[in-house]
Each structure stands twice: as structure tokens, then as C-alpha cells.
Design a protein around this ligand. Structure first.
Ligand SMILES: *Cc1c(COP(=O)(O)O)cnc(C)c1O
Length: 367
């Protein structure tokens, strides 16, 4: 089977370093929010060109704690995309605010700036653009709208570590940004993890307080918080993977280019597009086809794994029925949810394996 991602191959490529780092953490005797977490926070902030980074338990918590630190809650609205992983909207609901969706762009699959403005009301507090599949959202246009309306911009950068927008790193483009280190993310650990990046010191301090039960001084609590911290072992693993991430992202980009060149003429396939001012890191390589189910079945028969991201838009999720959306409200997102499927994409996919995938996709229809 050729898998969508291959975490064992990734581990094998850094095995000695990882095992040694884990042993050091165990021997060091400090397991949560220790020196490795501090080092990781400093390295990520430095790399992105922001002043603060706060590591937390996962990407969802990164979003929840950021929204809460901004004081967003009941009575507030936050605009985001209906075509993303559920957590982008779930975090908004978790703090008691209402997610308001705006349709996506048919080419980038990211939230369409021209759809945002019409969704702004007096209750709107923030916009959460998602850099979907590793491609940066249209941040200049989004920031311009936010500025004009006095809104906060929180990047959901969970799928896009290392992606660039006009020579600036994703994670440094809004007021704050949230990353996930879930194992299958392009920068992941062997468990859960997340981080918030910002250049707002006051915000970062509030998030630091929220991640440890609302304390600044141990056993003295001045607000209700969370237990949402990153473990030393994960920070140690992430420091190793962070040193490789540019190489890994570059390999993803090369494989994406190979897919694009080889599949360019296949009539029913739509391939991801790269604009000249963005560096896509291909967390996922999603292809569009009107004959998706048939395509996926053929690949499966050839022992090639595929998956659908995402089969149901967020405005049509059962849990959001009370928000009153209906089919047809976001036609671009809905069409994507019916057409896109992901093919294997990871830095350890061999060209030989990729050629097998390509040859199945190029096979002429037999029926
Ligand atoms: C993975 C992901 C999250 C949530 O991250 P977790 O670490 O799994 O909690 C949020 N938003 C997007 C877009 C994601 O892909």
C-alpha cells in the first residue's frame, strides 16, 4: 500500500537523534514546559520574525486560548471559512462566540476576501483565515478589511508551517497565529502539540496564564484557565523536525511539481495552483475530479491510499443546524467538498511510487 503519509519513514530518517533526545529528556527529569519547550518557542518565534511564541497542548487549544485571550465570547461573531477542518469553527463555538462563514475562492480554496465584507456585523470581532492544505490565504486583502472594520485577524496556520506569503512567514501575517503539531501535519510530533505566535506581548502573557490554570504565580489564580501545555518530549522531537522542515517542505514542493507536470493534460483533473507571491508547502495534495469516487476506487485497487478533505462543509454540519445555513449557501465550498480528493504526499514518497500513482491517474477510462 502506498499511504497518504508515512510517519514510520519520517521517524526512520531521524531515529538516532529522536531516541537520544527522548533519553535526555527522561534523564533530565523535567517533563512539562521545561528548557526544550522554551528553546522551541524561541526558535519558532525567531524563524517567523515574531516576538512571542507560546506552546500549548494542540492546535485546537491554540485557537481556543487565543480567542479567549482576546476576550472573544458570547455575543460575538467570528468570520471563517466553511471549507476547513472542523476545529477552526469549533474553537469559535467553544468560547461561546458564533462562527459566521464566508465562501472560498474556487482557485485557492481559501476564504475569499470579497465574500468577507458582506458578513461583517456589529457583533463581528475577528476573522480566522485558514491557510488550507499549506497555501497562504490572501492576507493583504484580509488585513485591509480587518483594519477598516477594527477586527482581529487570527491565522489558522495548522496546515502551513514554513509557507511564505510575499516573502513573509505564515504565522507572522495577522495579529496572532495558531499551529498544530499533530503527527500528520507537515511539522508534527509523535503526539499532540500546538503553538501560538504573535508580536503582542500582552496577548502572549494572557495565553501563558490561560495554559496553566489562570496562574502567573503557582497556586495563585486570577482567572479560570486550562491545562494546555506542551510536553518536553514533544518539544525535543519538534526541535529535531524543525531543523528538517525546510528540506521536507522543499521535497513536498518538488513532488507537487512532478504531479502537476505529469497530470497537466488529464481532462477531468483539477490540480492545485501556485500563485507567484506564495510558497505552498503541500501539507496535502488535493486533486479535483467530477468522477471522484471512480478515481478513488481505481487508486485503491492499485493499493494507493486516498482520502477526502473535506466531505462535508462546516455550515452543513449537523451540530451547526441551529445556525440556519442550507445547501447552496456556499456553492464554491460545496462543489469542492464533492470533487476534491487527496493523493499521497509526504517528503518520503519515492518518485517510483509517485510514478505508479500518476500512471493510474493517466489510465484511459476502460468503461
Ligand atoms: C489540525 C487542524 C487544527 C487542529 O489541530 P489539532 O492539533 O489537531 O488540535 C485546526 N485547524 C486546522 C485547519 C487543522 O488542520
Amino acid at each position: 500500500m502506498i499511504n497518504l503519509v508515512d510517519l514510520r519513514r519520517q521517524f526512520k530518517s531521524v531515529e538516532q537523534e529522536v531516541l537520544q533526545a527522548i533519553a535526555e529528556v527522561i534523564e533530565g527529569g523535567q517533563y512539562i514546559l521545561g528548557p526544550k519547550v522554551k528553546e522551541l518557542e524561541a526558535k519558532i518565534a525567531g524563524r517567523l520574525g515574531v516576538t512571542e511564541a507560546v506552546a500549548v497542548a494542540n492546535g485546537t487549544d491554540a485557537l481556543v486560548l487565543t480567542l479567549e485571550a482576546y476576550g472573544i465570547g458570547p455575543g460575538d461573531e467570528v468570520i471563517t471559512t466553511p471549507f476547513t477542518f472542523f476545529a477552526s469553527a469549533e474553537a469559535i463555538s467553544r468560547v461561546g462566540a458564533v462562527p459566521v462563514f464566508a465562501d472560498v475562492d474556487p482557485v485557492s480554496y481559501n476564504i475569499s476576501p470579497s465574500e468577507i465584507e458582506g458578513k461583517i456585523t456589529e457583533k463581528t470581532k475577528a476573522i480566522i483565515p485558514v491557510h488550507l492544505f499549506g497555501l497562504p490565504a490572501d492576507m493583504d486583502e484580509i488585513n485591509e478589511i480587518a483594519q477598516r472594520h477594527g477586527l482581529i485577524v487570527i491565522e489558522d496556520a495548522c496546515q502551513a508551517f514554513g509557507a511564505m506569503y510575499k516573502n513573509q512567514a505564515v504565522g507572522s501575517l495577522g495579529d496572532a497565529a495558531c499551529f498544530s503539531f499533530f503527527p500528520t501535519k507537515n511539522l508534527g510530533t509523535m503526539g499532540d502539540g500546538g503553538i501560538i505566535t504573535t508580536s503582542d506581548r500582552e496577548l502572549a502573557d494572557k495565553i501563558r496564564k490561560l495554559r496553566t490554570h489562570g496562574t502567573t504565580k503557582k497556586y495563585f489564580h486570577d482567572r479560570i484557565g486550562y491545562n494546555s501545555r506542551l510536553d518536553e518530549m514533544h518539544a525535543a522531537i519538534l526541535l529535531i523536525n524543525l531543523a528538517k522542515i525546510d528540506e521536507w517542505n522543499q521535497r513536498r514542493r518538488e513532488l507537487a511539481e512532478r504531479y502537476r507536470t505529469s497530470l497537466a493534460g488529464v481532462s477531468d483533473l483539477t490540480l492545485p495552483v501556485e500563485s507567484d507571491h506564495c510558497t505552498h508547502i503541500y501539507h496535502l495534495f488535493c486533486i479535483g475530479s467530477q468522477r471522484r469516487e471512480e478515481r478513488m476506487k481505481k487508486l485503491l485497487q492499485a493499493q494507493i491510499q486516498t482520502a477526502v478533505y473535506y466531505p462535508r462543509c462546516l455550515h452543513l454540519q449537523q451540530v451547526y443546524a441551529p445556525l440556519g445555513y442550507k445547501t447552496g449557501d456556499f456553492s464554491v465550498a460545496e462543489a469542492l467538498s464533492e470533487r476534491l480528493f487527496a493523493v499521497p504526499m509526504h517528503p518520503f514518497l519515492t518518485e517510483q511510487e509517485q510514478d505508479q500513482i500518476i500512471s493510474i491517474l493517466k489510465q484511459k477510462d476502460e468503461n
